[in-house]
Design a protein around this ligand. Sequence first.
Ligand code: M6R
Length: 617
Amino acid sequence: MCGIVGYVGRKEAYPVLISGLKHLEYRGYDSAGVGIIGNDGSLRVYKVRGNVSRLKETADKRAHDGNAGIAHTRWATHGAPNETNAHPHLSQDGHIALVHNGIIENYIELKRELAGLGYGFKSETDSEVLVQFISYNRQKYRCTLAEAVRISLHGVSGSFAIAVIDDREPGCVVTARRSCPLAVGIGTDGSCFIASDIAPILPHTKDVVYPDDDDVLRLSLPEKGGVEMMNIDGERREPTVTRVEMSADQVEKDGYDHYMEKEIHQQPQVMRECMAGRVLLGEDRIYLEAFEQNRERFLNASRIVIVACGTSWHAGLVARYAFERYANTPCEVEYASEYRYRRPVILPTDVVVVISQSGETADSIAAIRPAKEAGAFVYGVCNVDNSTIVRMADAYTLTKAGMEIGVASTKAFTAQVLVLMMLVAEMGRAKGVMGGEEYRALINDMVQLPQHIDYILSDESAIRRFAATLLPCRSMLYLGRGNQYPIALEGALKIKEISYIHAEGYPTGEMKHGPIALIEPEVPSVVIATKCGEYEKTISNIQEIMAREGRITAIATKGDTVLEKMVDNVIYVPDIHPMLMPILTVVPLQLLAYHVAVGKGCNVDQPRNLAKSVTVE
Ligand code: M6R
């Protein structure tokens, strides 16, 4: 939710900041702004409603020299997306500019106090209150910007990552965080790069500092002090520099039109990466480090409680079927946004599995605290190393899907499901629920996943043709049984998110209890009808839809000769162990959503109203 960048170094800050913002647009793109301390020492701020390209058009025409600056791309929380509410926000005296990702929860109270002291506010944002508060503290304590930021942190509640500049202290940028992602890259020449994730940093350096909550960093060139870090109590801390093993082109589009398209096509490779060192075919064994190191916690779990949001929640639903059936372990799946406020009964013997692509989703992070307080074991399944969830969990497994930029999650989902199936297999085998033969068969099938996904991707043109028929649709139904029900939900979510067609996911057997009333030729259904689960019953449900003149596309097992005689379209997926089938059936649904969105001319990678990483409530 919102992306921040900052730079101080030997180059002109403006192009570094603009290209940094481009990398972060997936976090929000309703307004954007940049603030730079020019070579003449003046603070210049340019802001627009709209995306980074619009900002560039405007700011390119103005003076933007200077070697230190900050910039922002916004996903509105407080106040409409307009120029006034766009960041950077300025202090009343015009000396300090701030960009902010997150929410200052006590901003109303602070605003009232500051207004009483004579401060005025131009915007509706919580962020402007924060910059005024920092300015107030700087004056009150007659201190440096970094010190004023540190003092201010004591007075604010909520979550934030901020970058701040002050024209009385040129050549320096101050940054801090609490519960929001922040990375600081350190270049070989001492230049410093601030960003909400490492994508804008990687073209410049691979040496990165991940500040902890309430760390304050003052960044300048080495001859002006370099990287100075202190905690909220003002104690100096030595920054830990991590070497990031990821190249800049791993985050580019690689010739695809959209990141989502690239990410769908990366899935065979993602499966390989995710299995590397974990699925040991020669030894007929799965090795999941987090499980091996915490066997007793997992095997003695009274239940597994999965907490997640959106697509990650769907991965959890897929896993529930497997935990119960193949590991004989009770499993509940919770929306993190509900779990955190529901005062759930948490047992010390629970294993709470937090699934998150970004590792920064505010609701999922908030679910960890009560789980830990109750003594439960928290296991994170995340795609981003060093993310907040990874750092808070007792153990974690990285999904290794590579950076996911498209707002609609695809490859992260299939990698999440794969990791969870590895865990189920480990638990099932150790508990004796899964016999040696089935365990080996599962491993054999797992290693086939990349080529099976390749097979599905090779039929993309058929899916594109089918997508073209859906363009006039206003509503769709997605149906699936058992572990395909979550895939129906995921298919519906994908098409909603990027093509704005209303879609509902339902368990196929639930159709006749209500949704069947919607069936008519204009409301097509996608039915997942693979051979793995209750196939005959699904065929009966398909007949019920056909009897009401519903148009049907079936996702069927390769070799099925029944469905093609019944329904309008069939998309085939290879046969595989039922635990792994959701990884295959979701791929055509991702492609379908993608091609419908492209056909409708929608902005696939930046769908309206959404942001990649939901770091606010
Ligand atoms: O980063 P996370 O996996 O925690 O994100 C959870 C959801 O916000 C995310 O899956 C969202 O639903 C995506 N837009 C789905 O495509």
